[in-house]
Design a binder for this molecule. Sequence first.
Ligand SMILES: [Fe+2]
Length: 323
Amino acid sequence: MADDDADDGVERAGGIEVRPMSGHTGAEIGGVELAKPLDDAAAAAIRSALLRWKVVFFRGQHLDHDGHLAVARRFGEPIALPRRGGYSPAEHPEIETTADRLELGGRFGMDRAEWLDRRRHTLLRGWHCDHGARIDPPAATILRAETVPPYGGDTCWSNLAAAYAGLSEPLRHFVDGLRAEHRQGVGYEPRPGEDAYVRHLLEHQTASHHPLVRVHPESGERLLFVNGYYVQRILGLTQAESAPLLELLVEQAVRPEYTVRFRWRPGDVAFWDNRATVHLAPSDTGRLDHPRIMHRVMLAGEVPVGVDGTPSEPVTGTEAGRW
Ligand SMILES: [Fe+2]
């Protein structure tokens, strides 16, 4: 059977090679140079692999900012961000440099340890989709590695379609009709006295009511729309009912069989469907002296729709399309 290509799971289409990395999630794409214009067949094959595997990886591409944006524009509309930190390139408002994340605590008067400590109220807190409290969370994120540590700093993704499908039928039926409040700053423990971050949260409140099960606008798949970061509570349930059910659903969403873990090398690119996945930013680099510099471009998304066809509703600070 060694000669039979069908058995290694690798698929070839549009001149590219798609190599699955786990049973449900992640595929490495070969045979493509992202710095060159993508022809229609290759772009269609990449989109199809993204829909199937939820996150796709391209090794050793070494894109510059313009090249990164050109790839993003091939698959959607890059979001220009009104607020970024000092490390992001001033001339490219669509690119956010992750070294900014390290600045974040400092902006609100905290060192990194305190910043993380005040924001971690559950064990699965780090798992999130990007900007999930918005009424229209980004459709996708394209992240490229410039400098990575020699070890540590991996990123994990989990497949929310597989997680939904893995629930028992009665529980799927139960959660199909529920909605949840997603809010920025959930679980943050304020500092005593004046707290600059609380002031920031109040001035930039973002909250939406999203379906607990979202229908993917392209594939039609049902997605378990939960994470450990933004979800405040399930609507219509008491807190005593909501908290343990949310815990169960988030645990389900990130079970190891639905995840993939990526070991970054400089020049690598990860492209994920931000509707169909949650991801875990690495937290094992805090005591390493090695820099980790990544650049991120997000693609504009749409208002989520539930199983019954009802769209999400804005609560505050979440006018669709406005950042
Ligand atoms: Fe993220």
